[in-house]
Ligand binder design. Structure first.
Ligand code: PHE
Length: 487
């Protein structure tokens, strides 16, 4: 309707000077006229200038007075031409609001003398308020003084009005809008001369890919994996979440009464509750070293129980994988090795914003003759420098399977503080010797979680937003590629 009216009008006329008047004359909705002008302007069928005006409109009270007359006029009319009327009688005769407002205004205008008795001061009055309001309703001009008084009495208010002026033909003007083809179909191409084609929008985004997306943990894992590979490490097979207590604890010289072996910290399996087989001669040597030591150690001096070692659990650390690998390595003629793994581990933890009952561990170890603590520190420096964390500090720590042990701290430039990033140490002879590794072989090793660096890299402060059933799928679809500061 409005579109045909505008385009049709411009076919025979130079311009539409005012969209408001145009809409009023043709009995069109001005909002619709405005929308059509905007759209036609976008396609350059027409040109138009924006028009802003302030208009005066009557409030509800103003509309009432315009229709019925002002309260002061009604008040005056109720006072007899001659003589007087008591205020009380007048109040009874009139509407409460007419009496209240009317009496004040009529007195102010000196139309009446107010006292106990009310009488007229003038013979005749004109209802200027009503007249002024009617003029405004018709959109006519009014003197400033009258406007101000109507505004103070809140009978009129100003309202912003927008429309268009100077609406003219544009460079693509046509009396009827062409529908632009958006597809290159056979029919469209056959009629290309008559058709208009929508222009290409080279800034439009592509369709979102309906494909799989990598989780941030997988991206960070790839970065760690690349660094290990660049440094000549081989990946250990980690595809067994279920492990026996033997490989997870006993082989690591962790005594059977150690609190970590309690069900408060470790998930034990109900079925199958025990492991089927262990290498018997090695088990015997492990039992020996726990009970009475050897290889220069005094051992723990307790009664080592096979049943405890047989118990199945969800591995609590990937060092269980390292113990299996070192045992396998010890079986052949010795060759130096660099091993790493990145996989899932489980702990019976109370879940909070930094802890989950399952998470991922990154583990690295080097096995060679004559390694020292200096080698461990040097390797850690090289490893973390490649991750963009060259500033390291070490703090003495304790692990049942390493001596010495060190916690690793790194200076975080963003957080401006030292943060703990991992744990490390040299595997004890009590762990390595029963496996059958040569006496001068040393193993330096370290471990850290994958979640912690991922949270720092992706700015996530609650681990439950990163991993688990509450993770927003959008996080996985939209997270950027991961880059770490390789030096
Ligand atoms: N297993 C240790 C942990 O779970 C990490 C570690 C690995 C410590 C290797 C020392 C040597 O925290």
């Amino acid at each position: 309707m409005a579109e045909a009216a505008i385009l049709g009008f411009l076919q025979n006329n130079e311009s539409i000077p005012d969209s408001g008047n145009f809409a009023a004359e043709l009995n069109l909705d001005h909002e619709e006229v405005k929308n059509v002008i905007k759209s036609l302007q976008g396609f350059r069928y027409i040109e138009a200038k924006e028009l802003k005006r302030e208009t005066l409109v009557l409030t509800d009270e103003g509309k009432k007075y315009a229709a019925e007359g002002s309260p002061e006029f009604h008040f005056f009319s109720a006072v007899p031409e001659e003589g007087s009327i008591s205020k009380d009688d007048l109040e009874k005769k009139l509407d409460a609001s007419v009496f209240k407002i009317g009496s004040t205004q009529a007195a102010k205008k000196k139309w009446v003398a107010m006292g106990k008795q009310v009488s007229r001061k003038v013979q005749h009055v004109e209802d200027k308020v009503k007249e002024s309001l009617l003029l405004i309703q018709q959109g006519l001009e009014l003197d400033q003084e009258s406007l101000n008084s109507l505004k103070t009495r809140k009978l009129i208010v100003t309202q912003g009005w927008t429309g268009y002026s100077d609406v003219k033909k544009g460079p693509s003007y046509a009396p009827k809008r062409k529908i632009f083809a958006t597809d290159l179909t056979r029919e469209n191409l056959q009629n290309w001369k008559e058709m208009g084609f929508k222009e290409y929008n080279f800034n439009a985004k592509g369709q979102p890919l309906d494909a799989g997306h990598l989780h941030p943990l997988l991206k960070v894992r790839k970065q760690f994996k690349d660094i290990f590979c660049q440094m000549g490490f081989e990946e250990m097979p980690t595809n067994n979440f279920v492990e026996s207590s033997f490989w997870n604890f006993d082989a690591l010289f962790q005594p059977q009464q150690h609190p970590a072996r309690d069900s408060h910290d470790t998930f034990f399996l109900k079925a199958p509750s025990t492991t089927r087989e262990l290498p018997e001669d090695y088990v015997e040597r492990v039992k020996q070293v726990h009970e009475s030591g050897g290889y220069g150690s005094r051992g723990y001096n307790y009664d080592w129980k096979r049943e405890e070692a047989n118990k199945n659990l969800l591995r609590t650390h990937t060092t269980a994988v390292s113990s299996r690998m070192l045992y396998a390595l010890a079986k052949g003629p010795f060759t130096p090795k660099r091993y790493f793994s990145i996989d899932r581990v489980f702990r019976n933890e109370a879940v909070d914003r930094t802890h989950l009952a399952e998470f991922h561990q990154i583990e690295g170890l080097i096995c060679d003759r004559g390694l020292t603590l200096g080698d461990l520190i040097g390797v850690l420096q090289a490893f973390f420098s490649r991750l963009g964390m060259p500033k390291l500090r070490f703090k003495p720590a304790y692990n049942p399977y390493t001596e010495p042990s060190m916690e690793i701290f790194s200076y975080h430039e963003g957080l401006e503080k030292w943060v703990e990033i991992g744990n490390s140490g040299m595997f004890r002879p009590e762990m390595l010797q029963p496996m059958g590794l040569p006496e001068d072989v040393r193993v330096i090793a370290w471990g850290l979680s994958l979640e912690r660096p991922t949270m720092i890299l992706y700015g996530i402060d609650n681990i439950r937003d990163l991993f688990g059933h509450k993770v927003d799928l959008d996080l996985i679809k939209r997270n950027p590629i991961c880059r770490v500061g390789i030096e």
